[in-house]
Design a protein around this ligand. Structure first.
Ligand SMILES: Cc1cc2nc3c(=O)[nH]c(=O)nc-3n(C[C@H](O)[C@H](O)[C@H](O)COP(=O)(O)OP(=O)(O)OC[C@H]3O[C@@H](n4cnc5c(N)ncnc54)[C@H](O)[C@@H]3O)c2cc1C
Length: 389
């Protein structure tokens, strides 16, 4: 079982990467510990992914976008940010950006399903599912990957896409800064009385944050962030009571809400790998950068990074070069760190500002929103960042 590239992890980043190399002529394997059925028809995990225009274009190129049903795609027309009890909202829209939408919301379930459909018959690709990777080892000559069922794979290049808690990253000796934030997100799908108009809302209330992401029809994805023990208590509520609680916490802005799917709970942790590459190995997706979901950019960034690495590898393969050359891997690392660092830092600053409950921080939050509203270039800059053509 000798491959050119072995990808560990068949999540959205690993699948997209394997698909990006479809025309490279390389022999690939994706190892995923979940069974094949779960890849072909993944369960709902509550995540609604806000995709930038650039990500949509990437998914189109990969042949995943066209497999989505119209009901899978919800347009995101505008976003607004609220602070505490103030009626003031900082609004972002696509005006002046030559588009009528900020982006699109698609469930993680649909993204995974369509990416898998796009790669399942890909020539030169083996999907080894239902068994995880147990150990990895790389030398200057090759990478060796031992599966939990004892099989041994060798590869010219090993790519880790095994989540923000990547065990492969650890075995490669790459340190990562992991911040467990002590807070969790409760995510569920709700139906409601009023129309959301395609507007996403992020409301930083005192003691909790609630986001409402517009889905097709009178439906939204409710995302509530609280200390982990409080989220656990809410997740245990009966669905009707949870609907009442979400309606209350959202100030009944969309009328009465009813839970139609979920809840799902995500303990929040961010991660940043000290390196995105090592000898004959690279990290992509959350294994490289695990973003806080508040700015909705983790997968967008992962898609961008995998495309960068795949392009460098495909170019090297086309000229008969070394697809794991140290210079190539360093170029990937430099490009992806440059793309990720500002977003990662800005997101963490935002999280720090909006979870600080001291009175001075509340005033600072309000001042930041007002300042943002008075500076059109700031609003347009953020809109451009959210849209990323
Ligand atoms: C609530 C929430 C909302 C989000 N919203 C957005 C958003 O709006 N926009 C956005 O861009 N991003 C968003 N994200 C982030 C996005 O979901 C992640 O960035 C993305 O899922 C990461 O994909 P990945 O493939 O890198 O990792 P994962 O999705 O974590 O997949 C890793 C895969 O590796 C497999 N694996 C792990 N270890 C092994 C092993 N040893 N052997 C074999 N297989 C293994 C796992 O089974 C899994 O399938 C959100 C995240 C959350 C939690």
């Amino acid at each position: 079982m000798n491959y050119d590239v072995v990808v560990v992890g068949g999540g959205p980043a690993g699948l997209a990467f394997a698909r990006s190399l479809a025309a490279s002529g390389l022999r690939l394997a994706v190892v995923e510990r979940e069974p094949r059925d779960a890849l072909a028809d993944p369960p709902c995990d509550g995540r609604e992914i806000a995709l930038t225009h650039r990500s949509v274009a990437t998914l189109q190129r990969l042949g995943a976008w066209e497999r989505l049903a119209p009901g899978d795609i919800a347009p995101l027309r505008a976003a607004r940010v609220l602070n505490g009890g103030s009626h003031f909202a900082l609004a972002f829209d696509a005006q002046g950006q030559g588009d009528e939408k900020l982006g699109h919301l698609v469930s993680n379930q649909a993204i995974r399903r369509t990416l898998f459909a796009a790669i399942q018959d890909q020539a030169g690709l083996d999907i080894l599912s239902g068994t995880g990777v147990a150990t990895v080892q790389t030398t200057r000559k090759r990478a060796e990957i031992t599966l939990a069922d004892g099989r041994l794979l060798t590869a010219r290049l090993l790519v880790a896409a095994d989540s923000r808690f990547s065990a492969v990253r650890e075995q490669l000796g790459i340190e990562a800064r992991i911040d467990r934030l002590g807070r969790s997100m409760l995510v569920c799908r709700v139906s409601h009385e009023r129309d959301h108009g395609g507007v996403a809302t992020e409301w930083f209330e005192h003691g909790h944050t609630i986001a409402m992401l517009p889905l097709v029809g009178h439906q939204s994805s409710a995302v509530l962030t609280l200390p982990s023990d409080a989220v656990r208590r809410l997740a245990d509520l009966d669905a009707d009571l949870l609907g009442v609680e979400l309606t209350r916490r959202y100030g009944a802005r969309l009328g009465a809400m009813r839970v139609t799917e979920g809840p799902h709970v995500y303990p929040l942790a961010t991660s940043w790998a000290e390196h995105f590459a090592a000898t004959r190995a690279a990290l992509i997706g959350d294994a490289a950068v695990g973003m806080h979901p508040v700015t909705a950019h983790g997968f967008n960034l992962g898609l961008q990074g995998q495309a960068t690495l795949a392009r460098l590898i495909a170019e090297a393969a086309a000229r008969g070069g070394n697809i794991a050359a140290p210079l190539l891997l360093r170029r990937y690392e430099a490009a992806h760190r440059m793309a990720a660092r500002p977003l990662f830092t800005a997101t963490n600053l935002l999280v720090a500002l909006y979870t600080d409950e001291r009175p001075a921080a509340r005033v600072a939050r309000h001042a930041v929103l007002r300042l943002g509203a008075q500076l059109p270039q700031v609003r347009h800059g953020v809109s451009r960042l959210l849209m990323q053509h």
